[in-house]
Every structure is written in C-alpha cells, then in structure tokens.
Design a protein around this ligand. Structure first.
Ligand SMILES: [Zn+2]
Ligand SMILES: [Zn+2]
Length: 136
C-alpha cells in the first residue's frame, strides 16, 4: 500500500523561495485555474485551500478564497483572504483593479496561471520595495 501523504509532502511541493509560493508538484487545474491534488491530504483537494485550512482552520460555509496576488497556484496564506462568492466574481471580472486603475489591455499583465494583474500596481509595488530597500 502506498504511504499516506502528509502536510510535509504537500509543503515540500510548494516553492517558498519567492514572494508567491506556487505549487510546483504535478497538478491539474480546474476550469477557473485552481490547482487540485490527486492525493488530498485534507478533506479539500485544492492546494490553496489546503494551505489556508492548515494555517487558519476550516473555511466558513459560503465563503471562498481570493488570492490578493491573483496567482491561483500560490499557497501563501498571507496572499489569500476570504470573500463572498459575489465579491469574488466582482474581483475576477473587474474592469479596474482595487485601486481603480483601468484593466485595459496595455495595463494588464497575465501571469503564468492566466490571472490578470494590474501593471500600474505592480510597478508601484516594485517601486515601494526598492525604496524600502527590500529585494530588487
Ligand atoms: Zn501569492
Ligand atoms: Zn492597480
């Protein structure tokens, strides 16, 4: 029989060297771009939900997790927050970012997982980090 997987196996497949912690093991994605495990460790198959549940406990009924970094493969609990499905749709299909910058084609960066990121915010973020002397 195969060894039962543990949370250690899970975290071993999460690249925690950078700002975002993408799941780097073998994975399949759902239609919305979320990653799920073929060997769930917790009663939940989604990798981001697994990371959230281990850190914060069960996800309250009716709430969903939104990635503030827009990277759906990211398992960093600090990059997630709980939202209602309505809020989640509004964020996913928004025409402006949360700071109000228009998500036009020129201002939108698609990341590896197909999420739309605000170019303006990303530049801001990098500038602030540079000023604070963190990273590059
Ligand atoms: Zn992230
Ligand atoms: Zn923005």
């Amino acid at each position: 029989m195969r060894r039962r997987r543990t949370m250690d196996d899970f975290w071993a497949l999460v690249d925690r060297s950078g700002e975002c912690w993408p799941f780097v093991g073998e994975y399949a994605t759902t239609q919305r771009g979320y990653v799920h495990l073929s060997w769930p460790v917790l009663p939940d198959r989604y990798v981001h939900r697994t990371a959230w549940i281990e850190t914060h406990g069960p996800i309250p009924d009716g709430l969903q997790i939104d990635h503030t970094c827009q990277n759906k493969r990211c398992c960093r609990p600090e990059h997630m927050r709980l939202v209602t499905p309505g809020e989640h749709n509004r964020i996913t299909f928004a025409t402006t970012c949360k700071k109000g910058h228009p998500l036009t084609e020129e201002n939108t960066i698609k990341n590896g997982s197909g999420a739309r990121l605000c170019g303006e915010c990303r530049r801001d973020y990098r500038r602030r980090r540079r000023q604070a002397g963190i990273g590059t």
